[in-house]
Write a protein that binds this ligand. Structure first.
Ligand SMILES: [Zn+2]
Length: 248
């Protein structure tokens, strides 16, 4: 699938990477970088290209943070950890899934393959080596409320529901919220629209919990929302939270 090839600064010192369907990000601070999520294994070359375009190399990467341990978010994490000695951070509740190489919601995926957008997504998974993710065998753990001493100094917000261990990373000084799959800005079933929304129930381990977790975003005010899937979106999430509660 098409991988965008120019570095794209989407918020202050935050760069969007990945493909048309899967996002991961680089956060820059004082010539050091944090990688947030790692797409598919085949996105490795894009990491090298992006670093090069920004005038950096792997030695400038201090940390890798994972919003959760699904295959489309942990693709090259083990490569960073094992071969480049870059620590990988994840919520403790995501460890098992990371060791299992992602453990995707295959049943729901198969049932929804009749939807053209889901089928296209699945084709990308296969073409991007997303069916054989190297297990992430050792991680540092993050917990709700942590303020991480890594580039960008993100604050950890635990938002379980999509998986047990989903976290969002909030950058207070840049008003950026890297929300993983707690919210997408596109309808996963049709790949239409551009507004924050929950993923469909068949992609969430506990949909009601995913909805309840949105309350954690209520107090953040205006944010640049940077999701795992879909384009960036700027605004206040209050209405999104209300709309999702009404849909229940
Ligand atoms: Zn996911």
């Amino acid at each position: 699938m098409a991988i965008t090839d120019t570095a794209f600064e989407i918020a202050d010192g935050v760069y969007r990477c990945g493909s048309d369907r899967v996002n991961w990000y680089l956060i820059e601070e004082d010539d050091a970088l944090t990688v947030v999520d790692t797409g598919f294994p085949t996105h490795w070359q894009q990491l090298l290209d992006r670093l090069d375009a920004l005038g950096y190399e792997l030695a400038n990467v201090d940390a890798c943070l994972l919003t959760h341990a699904h295959p489309d978010h942990i693709g090259f994490a083990e490569r960073l950890r094992e071969f480049e000695d870059i620590p990988v951070w994840l919520h403790a509740a995501g460890r098992r899934r990371a060791r299992a190489g992602g453990d995707p919601p295959l049943g729901g995926l198969v049932k929804n393959l009749w939807r053209p957008a889901v089928l296209r997504y699945f084709v990308e998974v296969v073409q991007s080596d997303g069916t054989s993710i190297p297990p992430v065998t050792a991680v540092e753990t993050v917990a709700d409320g942590d303020e991480l001493d890594v580039p960008g100094h993100p604050r950890v917000i635990h938002v379980p529901g999509h998986t047990e261990g989903d976290v969002a990373f909030y950058l207070p000084d840049r008003d950026a919220l890297l929300c993983g799959d707690a919210l997408a800005t596109v309808d996963f079933e049709t790949w239409q629209g551009n507004r924050p929304q929950l993923l469909p129930p068949w992609l969430n381990v506990d949909h009601a919990q995913a909805r309840a977790s949105l309350d954690r975003f209520e107090s953040l005010g205006d944010v640049v929302l940077l999701p795992g899937h879909g384009d960036p979106w700027t605004g206040r999430l209050t209405e999104t939270i209300r709309a999702e509660q009404i849909r229940s």
